[in-house]
Ligand binder design. Structure first.
Ligand SMILES: [Zn+2]
Ligand SMILES: [Zn+2]
Length: 327
């Protein structure tokens, strides 16, 4: 049986689980149209032609992970084990198959397909947040992951009964900044970056693309909505189309200008505020947190000593090279 255990010295969660089953190598790609029977039944799909679930004809398709770390069927149990904390891994693991085309990549998909994927992110977040046992949901997108067996483009959604350690740290910093200054930390970063300008990569009507001041790895990139909002689900139709065009340009710049590096994209958005454990929890989140995208380029090259990242490409230089590659 799997369980989440908390390391009290680091305040970090660890999922302890039996070794996962390895899906047999079927040969044919199970994510390609026509092979729907080779995956678990779909959770959601966009189908323009009104085709039946679990058949071809979809544009974006969501399926459960075959051997998920977190499952909806499990009961949510929080318990103390002596001085320690343990939580059952009640949650969900889903894969968003981004396109019927096996050979599509983020750089070649184009903004229309990317936009559909962005709306599916929103739909899955909205749906999963109805489940009050789910505390937090992470949407990630990996490109050229070392050792990956499946080339077919997909994103991963992982919903869990606790707050992710990284997000908890970010939420705490944002809240403390807000308590002290009565301003949103990320809105202040936006203003600072627009005034410094040397780390700005691209500016659109709705988003700022920037290499963060203390980028942890070369070409780390943040995409910040220029209008304050704590949750991605509130994305407007215009902003969604703008973001899809921006991502298409950014992925194209990486592919054509920087040699198509591996990257990890993650969506940082408000946790499930319908799931309250403590009184007053999330009291100021609407004002103190600001959703955004973070992209780590060359994650395999991230280098650190005792937790301090070593970055040998100054963020200002990385931003300049990304700007040049964008054309
Ligand atoms: Zn495929
Ligand atoms: Zn803000």
């Amino acid at each position: 049986m799997s369980e989440l255990r908390k390391d009290p010295t680091r305040a970090q969660w660890v999922l302890v689980r039996p070794r996962g089953a390895v899906a047999p190598d079927a040969g044919d790609c199970p994510f390609c149209p026509g092979n729907e029977a080779g995956t678990p039944p779909e959770i959601a799909a966009y189908r323009k032609d009104g085709s039946a679930p679990n058949s071809a004809g979809w544009q974006v398709r969501v399926i459960p992970e075959i051997d998920p770390y977190f499952r909806v069927e499990w009961d949510l149990v929080r318990e103390g084990v002596g001085m320690y904390d343990k939580v059952s891994p009640r949650g969900a693991g889903e894969l968003i198959i981004e396109s019927p085309a096996h050979e599509d990549t983020p750089a070649t998909m184009g903004s229309e397909k990317l936009e559909r994927v962005l709306w599916m992110y929103r739909d899955r977040l909205e749906d999963l947040k109805r489940d009050t046992k789910i505390r937090d949901i992470l949407v990630t997108r990996r490109h050229r992951k070392a050792g990956a067996r499946l080339r077919h483009p997909y994103s991963r959604v992982t919903a869990i009964p606790v707050i992710y350690d990284d997000l908890r740290r970010e939420l705490r910093e944002s809240r403390e900044y807000y308590q002290y200054k009565r301003r949103c930390l990320f809105c202040d970063i936006l203003r600072q970056e627009l005034s410094d300008h040397d780390r700005v990569v691209h500016l659109t009507p709705f988003f700022l693309t920037v290499v963060p001041y203390a980028a942890r790895s070369p070409f780390e990139t943040w995409i910040l909505p220029r209008q304050h909002a704590c949750a991605y689900e509130t994305l407007s139709a215009e902003a969604g189309a703008d973001l899809a065009r921006l991502l298409s340009g950014y992925f194209g710049a990486l592919a054509s200008g920087l040699g198509d590096p591996a990257f990890d994209l993650s969506l940082h958005t408000a946790p499930n505020i319908n799931s309250k454990i403590l009184q007053g929890e999330w009291g100021t989140i609407n004002d103190d947190y600001h959703w955004h995208l973070e992209i780590v380029v060359h994650p395999e090259r991230a280098n650190r000593v005792g937790g301090i990242f070593i970055n040998e490409t100054p963020p200002e230089e990385a931003a300049r090279r990304l700007r040049e590659a964008w054309r």
